[in-house]
Design a binder for this molecule. Sequence first.
Ligand SMILES: Nc1ncnc2c1ncn2[C@@H]1O[C@H](COP(=O)(O)OS(=O)(=O)O)[C@@H](OP(=O)(O)O)[C@H]1O
Ligand SMILES: Nc1ncnc2c1ncn2[C@@H]1O[C@H](COP(=O)(O)OP(=O)(O)O)[C@@H](O)[C@H]1O
Length: 208
Amino acid sequence: MSTVGNPANIFWHENPVGKAEREKLLNQQGCVVWITGLSGSGKSTLACSLGRELQSRGKLSYVLDGDNLRHGLNKNLGFSPESRTENIRRTGEVANLFADAGLICIASLISPYRKDRDACRALLPDKKFIEVFMNMPLQLCEDRDPKGLYKLAREGKIKGFTGIDDPYEPPLNCEIELQLKDGVVPTPHEMAGQVVSYMENGGFLEAY
Ligand SMILES: Nc1ncnc2c1ncn2[C@@H]1O[C@H](COP(=O)(O)OS(=O)(=O)O)[C@@H](OP(=O)(O)O)[C@H]1O
Ligand SMILES: Nc1ncnc2c1ncn2[C@@H]1O[C@H](COP(=O)(O)OP(=O)(O)O)[C@@H](O)[C@H]1O
């Protein structure tokens, strides 16, 4: 017998306290900042720096980090294309809930497949999904190799590693692209500043 409910028997229950009321309370606009890029490109570092910057401005954010989610919500998932798709789908749903709660949700996952990121974007109202592409060269990420995983992947001890023998599909129309400046990596503070400026200009750091 199927354990999946019949959608015809599932109904939406409206909550009288709406998103706009929560946003007014928090004086900010709920949204998702989705950071995508290769392993070692600096996603988690940026997520933490951005979270700290927003906190210092009195804005409530929450980081959903791919590595951390794989310790709990997504602990039953691996790195096959299907598992990655499910990993991103679940995270996108949770991010959407956080945004609906009025929070600035910062998601940092490799999220290598364009269609999966686009599906997360489609969950949110227009302009509430801010895609940030950590466009760092593979060579830089591999030189950093903070967890030694690139080395293992090159030795063939990890199969299907993103950028080595599994694809990374760069965004075509992301809101923010972070890259080297004159061959130098901007500091995490500089990168977070770029995202905060975008949010300020878009009115995300105040209620309607
Ligand atoms: N095969 C393979 N490919 C890529 N990455 C791998 C793999 N196996 C383990 N890891 C480690 O898992 C972290 C990626 O988790 P994500 O949930 O962000 O990946 S994904 O979005 O589902 O592709 C990733 O963390 P980050 O380095 O922080 O990106 C890796 O440390
Ligand atoms: N802007 C930066 N400048 C210098 N080093 C950085 C920067 N961002 C990240 N790093 C370093 O690069 C490594 C990988 O960063 P991390 O945030 O863990 O990447 P990811 O989450 O994409 O795997 C870490 O050792 C981190 O300290």
